[in-house]
Design a protein around this ligand. Structure first.
Ligand SMILES: NC(=O)c1ccc[n+]([C@@H]2O[C@H](COP(=O)([O-])OP(=O)(O)OC[C@H]3O[C@@H](n4cnc5c(N)ncnc54)[C@H](O)[C@@H]3O)[C@@H](O)[C@H]2O)c1
Ligand SMILES: [Zn+2]
Length: 390
């Protein structure tokens, strides 16, 4: 006998844009919680980098919770958790978070709030997804990259054995609250790095977004918050539309279009021991892939140059010396990124490339010689550092 078991689980979550989320008069958090019943028990974790930049935040959250005790109860004051890639490089971190959740008696009807960058959200997200087989996670992303991309999506992960995102789950959040004001305290590298992800999604999905990025590039490098908010909102929207309508929200197929530029980026991150931040590595990965796309005649040389020029105008460097690193046998080490990327998705290698700007196509092989030429091209055209004023 064969019985085909089949059911669907509807997924929906609110992604809210606001400013000053924990001002006493801001009801964004209360509004995403159930309006009836008892207040939500909530464990709150703050990224250590955010805590440093916003020392009053934990107190402000506690005051908000006291003022809105019909909506939220904090069993303990907000806790600080390590931020940055270090949070993803040690599984012990995930374990520690679960111990803390257990101590606070967080249950499947409680909430975990994670306030931080993409790395900390990924690690706390994994802990929340496996604790009691999954508790509700409210993400409060605090970097450009996390607000525009990672924080609004459905994934979490940590790294293992030097391989990015080797352990993780697909687990949609309960809600996402994007507070633009957090972006003010980002350091230069994180401010700019997030723009690479916006450019990535524009290059393969929305040519008019590329025009907008070109219009806003000057304001973005000048740290204009309104310009950045515009970019973050548009990028998040493209990302969310892709998850909702792309037909493969949990990435069971071969293609992962939003990982355009990422096969090299992930490798560069681990090759530099994470000295290159994710967004910085993505910028280089995009530059390398648009070179390949131009060689394969998917885009013109002019379009390739337009993308690279825009990345640089946004303050992103398109070169790192590890690109030229070779193994004992003389092979470029970055090429291992292709195989690692294939293994991560399984099956046949599938890379997304632009097909004209604003459209995409998949390819299933990439000749090492073309990548090597791409690296030589980047060395010849983009090795020079960005002007100091940037
Ligand atoms: N889950 C996904 O779908 C997905 C998608 C893309 C990227 N990612 C992951 O996201 C991570 C990168 O995230 P990121 O770019 O946000 O960097 P990050 O999380 O490493 O944060 C960068 C630094 O900024 C600090 N910080 C965070 N917010 C701050 C603020 N408002 N003010 C001052 N400092 C602040 C952090 O403590 C950290 O030191 C990578 O690990 C990447 O793999 C995940
Ligand atoms: Zn990315």
């Amino acid at each position: 006998m064969v019985h085909r078991q089949q059911f669907t689980v509807p997924v929906s979550y609110d992604v809210v844009f606001t400013r000053d989320l924990f001002a006493l008069t801001n009801l964004a958090l209360a509004n995403v919680l159930p309006q009836a019943g008892s207040p939500a028990r909530m464990a709150v974790f703050i990224d250590s980098g955010v805590q440093q930049a916003w020392p009053g935040l934990a107190g402000k959250i506690a005051a908000w919770a006291r003022a809105h005790n019909d909506a939220v109860i904090l069993p303990e004051p907000p806790m600080v958790a390590p931020g940055g890639e270090q949070a993803k490089n040690d599984l012990l971190f995930v374990q520690r978070i679960t111990h803390q959740l257990q101590r606070m008696q967080i249950c499947r009807h409680s909430y975990v709030m994670a306030i931080g960058g993409g790395a900390m959200l990924d690690a706390v997200g994994l802990a929340a997804a496996v604790f009691h087989r999954g508790v509700r996670l409210i993400r409060v992303p605090t970097t450009v990259l996390a607000q525009a991309d990672s924080g609004v999506g459905v994934k979490n992960s940590v790294n293992l054995d030097g391989v990015k995102n080797l352990i993780g789950t697909f687990a949609p959040p309960y809600a996402v609250l994007n507070d633009t004001l957090f972006l003010q305290t980002l350091d230069e590298r994180d401010w700019r790095g997030g723009i690479a992800e916006a450019l990535k999604v524009a290059a393969i999905k929305d040519a008019s977004f590329l025009d907008e990025l070109e219009r806003l590039a000057g304001a973005l490098v000048a740290r204009d918050l309104d310009a950045m908010e515009t970019v973050v909102k548009r990028c998040a929207r493209l990302h969310l539309d892709h998850i909702a309508t792309g037909g493969d929200p949990f990435e069971t197929g071969l293609a992962r279009p939003l990982d355009f530029g990422h096969w090299a980026a992930h490798k560069l991150e681990s090759m530099t021991n994470f000295a290159l931040r994710h967004g910085e590595a993505v910028a280089i990965g995009i530059a390398l892939d648009v070179y390949c796309a131009a060689r394969l005649k998917f885009i013109t040389a002019g379009e390739r140059d337009r993308i690279c020029a825009l990345l640089r105008r946004c303050g992103l460097q398109l070169w790192h010396p590890v690109l030229e690193k070779r193994s004992g046998s003389g092979a470029l080490l970055v090429l291992n990124g292709l195989e690692e990327f294939r293994q991560h998705l399984g099956g046949r290698l599938t890379l997304t490339m632009p097909d004209g700007l604003g459209r995409k196509r998949d390819i299933h092989s990439l000749a090492p010689a073309i990548v090597a030429d791409g690296i030589a091209w980047l060395a010849a055209t983009h090795k020079q550092p960005l002007p100091a004023s940037r």
